[in-house]
Design a protein. Structure first.
Length: 187
């Protein structure tokens, strides 16, 4: 497991279809022996992306899909590399029963090679599409939330209070069923 990997320990939950389906040009999961790699990206990798990675990892586990997907997170900037998640992110995750273990990482080649790169906002989306080997594999996380309008972002809660983290958690949780569908799709 490399820096930024989120462990998924080993009930199938209800899920809905992703509003936008698989990324255009996506060639699909490589093989069962090499699980698809999903990477969540935000600015500093201490708020949105680690929250999304932890929530997704827990739902993957609950769905009986542990080991079927590799989950990482990273930040566009280097400011917080090596730091734990923001204490308000930890508090929000813990209050909702999600395990929290995180060390911030900056986007690198391993992340850019992910089968699915999920950006928190349009700025990250634009930058990742310029950097990634296959820009078609870069999406906004909320593209997987059927209730979100096209182009919906996850706002950065860093400069706010704990309420912003709770709102972000809700947005992430609404995106998870679509992501689980993506993992389950035959490739």
């Amino acid at each position: 497991m490399s820096r930024g990997d989120v462990p998924v320990s080993s009930g199938v939950s209800e899920h809905s279809r992703c509003r936008h389906g698989r990324p255009p040009g996506h060639t699909g999961r490589v093989t069962a022996s090499v699980p698809p790699h999903v990477c969540f990206v935000c600015t500093g990798n201490i708020c949105r992306s680690p929250m999304a990675a932890r929530v997704f990892a827990e739902h993957v586990r609950r769905a009986g899909l542990a080991g079927s997907v590799r989950i990482t997170s990273a930040g566009m900037g280097h400011w917080h590399v090596g730091d734990p998640a923001d204490p308000r992110a930890v508090a929000s995750l813990t209050a909702h029963g999600y395990p929290v273990e995180h060390v911030a990482a900056q986007v690198g080649d391993d992340h850019l090679g992910a089968d699915l790169l999920l950006a928190a906002d349009r700025g990250h989306l634009r930058d990742l599409r310029r950097m990634a080997a296959d820009p078609a594999r870069v999406r906004l996380l909320r593209d997987f939330d059927p209730s979100a309008p096209d182009g919906a972002e996850i706002p950065d809660p860093y400069y706010g209070d704990g309420d912003g983290f709770a709102e972000v958690l809700g947005m992430i949780e609404r995106s998870v069923p679509g992501l689980l569908d993506w993992v389950r799709e035959p490739r």
